[in-house]
Design a protein around this ligand. Structure first.
Ligand code: XMP
Length: 193
């Protein structure tokens, strides 16, 4: 656990067990990820399709590091109903296929768990006629019980199978505004599965 940064949000102080990934580590890793992504698209054009709401802070920090001609589209995915900590079958209640035919697309999400969300969006993107569809997540959870799970093309951090909040990720719609990725006291030591 990374204790180097202090929780700056008094309102949440007692709910948080600790910082798993500090804002400083996130920023440093985003620099590296952005470099890899930029090098993967030498043609200099990219369309990002991002899953809201969890990826919004990651997305906004990532795209400002990408010196590309970039188009942005979002889909709203629901896989964690209120206060659930194990993902359900994802659905896309709001989908905007945008202008995808012939485009190179990068699907961005906050975290890879079972992989169903990324696969769902990737499928939508390809069926909308994209020329290519790669995937990028800030975190990928270790799931030894799912050996056939899809891997993302770009991964910020590999983490243990535990429920995390902050930097856009929520529990019961709270904690998205924490600047670090944190572990909740209520859920420490388990993933609720
Ligand atoms: P799947 O199973 O489809 O799940 O790969 C990915 C989606 O589930 C959400 N998710 C989390 N959200 N803390 C969160 O706040 C977590 O630890 C977590 N794990 C999965 C997330 O919305 C992601 O898009």
């Amino acid at each position: 656990m990374d204790e180097s940064s202090l929780i700056s949000h008094e309102a949440y102080g007692r709910d948080i067990v600790g910082v798993l990934i500090s804002r400083h580590r996130i920023a440093a890793r985003l620099d590296e990820l952005a470099k890899c992504i930029t090098e993967t698209y030498p043609e200099g054009e990219l369309t990002i399709v991002a899953a809201l709401t969890g990826a919004m802070i990651f997305l906004s920090d990532l795209i400002r590091r990408l010196p590309l001609r970039l188009r942005l589209d979002v889909v709203r995915v629901s896989s964690y109903p209120h206060r659930a900590t194990a993902s359900r079958e994802p659905s896309v209640p709001i989908a905007s296929a945008g202008d995808l035919p012939g485009r190179h697309v990068l699907v961005v999400d906050d975290i890879l768990d079972t992989g169903k969300t990324l696969e769902l969006i990737r499928g939508l993107v390809l069926s909308a006629g994209a020329a290519s569809a790669r995937t990028c997540v800030l975190m990928s959870k270790r799931r030894d019980d799912l050996p056939a799970r899809v891997a993302a093309d770009f991964v910020g951090f590999d983490i243990e199978d535990q429920f995390v909040v902050g930097y856009g990720l929520d529990y019961g719609d709270l904690y998205r505004n924490l600047p670090d990725i944190c572990l909740l006291r209520e859920l420490a030591g388990g993933n609720g599965r």
